[in-house]
Design a protein. Structure first.
Length: 149
């Protein structure tokens, strides 16, 4: 029996949301990837090799926030799995909506905080939503989906 959280419509909406979040942080929030942590790691490494430590830190914070988001999603799953009126995936979506709304109102003078919130949410999303109609998929990245297709 397929769960509603694995429906094609929700999967498509999440994939669109994930792409939008990456575009938003890259274009509007000082050229940092929210989902593409590999890109952040590459840019961080280049800056470290060039001796630009402060610039490198700009790319470290989203990486750490992404790791925190994976941990948070797992904590929500382990403490709320099949308990109460809300399913654990619904709780993750509610947290994601709240944090993304907050990120939208953060001033551009502290883009790094907004980037961290968005990266945290992306990690929660990719950790929580792993299947679409029974098939594995990445709800925030296209590469895994191309491989699966």
């Amino acid at each position: 029996m397929m769960q509603r959280s694995e429906s094609f419509l929700l999967s498509a909406l999440l994939a669109f949301s994930g792409g939008f979040q990456d575009a938003y942080t890259y274009i509007a929030r000082n050229r940092v990837f929210a989902n593409g942590q590999t890109g952040n790691l590459v840019i961080l490494s280049i800056n470290l090799m060039e001796g630009n430590v402060l610039t490198a830190l700009h790319y470290l914070w989203p990486l750490l926030a992404f790791a925190g988001g994976v941990f948070a999603a797992e904590q929500i799953r382990s403490t709320h799995d099949h308990k109460g009126k809300l399913y654990w995936r619904q709780i993750v979506l509610i947290v994601e909506m709240i944090l993304l709304t907050l990120a939208a109102f953060i001033p551009h003078t502290i883009d790094s905080v907004a980037n961290m919130l968005v990266s945290f949410c992306c990690a929660m999303q990719v950790e929580t939503f792993r299947k679409a109609e029974g098939n594995s998929y990445a709800s925030t990245m296209i590469i895994g989906n191309l491989r699966s297709a």
